[in-house]
Ligand binder design. Structure first.
Ligand code: SAM
Ligand code: SF4
Length: 342
């Protein structure tokens, strides 16, 4: 196994069967090498992104997600421009230099409304990056938002296997649309983040290898992976959670495939396991995304059951994640944390 892991680090590629063997390996060496590679590129520095969950309305019906339009139990809210700007103000004071606007696919937020919000953030915080995570939008819309100042865009492909994609989404959602959107984002000049769920119903190891190969081809700046966690009011209520070890191994493999990649230790990882985010960083992750949303909104942005950080202020969240990172010898930095492959 060690020979395989060394080869992955050197060549950044393995055969399909070799990838599968590494994904399920129990040798600590995999995480050790991923951590060593992260330290070589980033030292002990961890980048921080402030997550602003600005709408819980969504027109889509992804089977795994608590915000799906078919979930009539979901509590819906929308943040105003002023509320978003006050999240940024609080975040800036706390040392955040990236704001991530994430939400369901909510038609209320037209291009005009979003352009106005992005411009206002960039005007007030010129030294900060704005990341959008709004689901699929057409080329023209993505271009307008980029022209307004948005720097980055996160859109997980969720799976790169057509059959598996169809198990997770209704027939009006197509993997090819998702992939096209990711290519458009790159062409327009965003720093692009893609990603996928670990342990979503129907996923096999081959599906994960398909994702790794898609990522090698797309060459994104960021990859977000997190365990699938069921939500009680979705069609997947009775399904199993994603596996911790498989999530960490996948994360470590990604670090070895691209040493410069921005990889978050996700909230879902921390929700699966109390020290999941620390484990993620020790397996190669280098980004954390504490929540800046107003407290009243947090418990309504329920993607899955038992999501953490839903009853804390932004200040408490920032303090907590800082201590968690210090406990494993890492340090959160006040920095935009842009992608660079040099
Ligand atoms: N609507 C946008 C989109 O789908 O890209 C952005 C918001 S969406 C809630 C952000 C991410 O949450 C999705 O890409 C998905 O991977 C993740 N997510 C949704 N339901 C989840 C679940 N049950 N367990 C873990 N992650 C989940
Ligand atoms: Fe909507 Fe995104 Fe949830 Fe799908 S994953 S239902 S697009 S919020």
């Amino acid at each position: 196994m060690r020979e395989l892991i060394d080869r992955l680090e050197r060549d950044r590629l393995l055969t399909r069967d070799e990838f599968k063997a590494v994904l399920v390996c129990e040798d600590k060496y995999l995480h050790e090498r991923a951590k060593a590679v992260r330290e070589r590129v980033f030292g002990n520095k961890i980048y921080m992104r402030g997550l602003i969950e600005f709408t819980s309305y969504c027109k889509r019906n992804c089977y795994y997600c608590g915000l799906r339009t078919g979930n009539t139990d979901a509590q819906r809210y929308r943040l105003t421009k002023d509320e978003i700007l006050s999240c940024c103000a609080e975040g800036y004071e706390l040392g955040f230099r990236t704001f991530v606007l994430q939400g369901g696919e909510d038609p209320y937020y037209t291009d005009e409304i979003l352009v106005d919000i992005v411009r206002a953030i960039k005007y007030d915080y010129a030294d900060c990056a704005v990341t959008l995570s709004l689901g699929e939008r057409d080329y023209k819309s993505l271009k307008r938002l980029r022209d307004a100042g948005a720097d980055r865009y996160l859109l997980r492909q969720e799976t790169s296997n057509e059959e598996h994609y169809a198990m997770l989404h209704p027939s009006d959602m197509m993997l090819s649309d998702r992939q096209k959107c990711l290519k458009n984002l790159k062409e327009i000049g965003y720093q692009v983040g893609c990603g996928f769920l670990i342990g979503s119903p129907g996923q096999t190891l081959d599906c994960i290898v398909d994702d790794l190969l898609f990522i090698k081809d797309l060459d994104p700046a960021m990859v977000g992976i997190g365990p699938f966690i069921p939500h009680s009011s979705t069609p997947f209520a009775g399904e199993k959670r994603g596996d911790l070890q498989l999530t960490l191994n996948t994360l470590a493999v990604l670090r070895l495939i691209n040493p410069h990649l921005l990889i978050p230790a996700t909230t879902a990882l921390g929700s699966l396991e109390p020290t999941g985010r620390e484990m993620g960083v020790l397996a190669g992750a280098n980004v954390v995304m504490p929540n800046l949303s107003p407290e009243y909104a947090r418990e309504k942005y329920m993607l899955y059951d038992n999501k953490i950080c839903t009853d804390e202020s932004a200040q408490l969240c920032r303090g907590c994640i800082g201590r968690r990172m210090n406990s494993i010898g890492c340090e959160i930095v006040v920095d935009r944390g842009d992608y660079s492959d040099v």
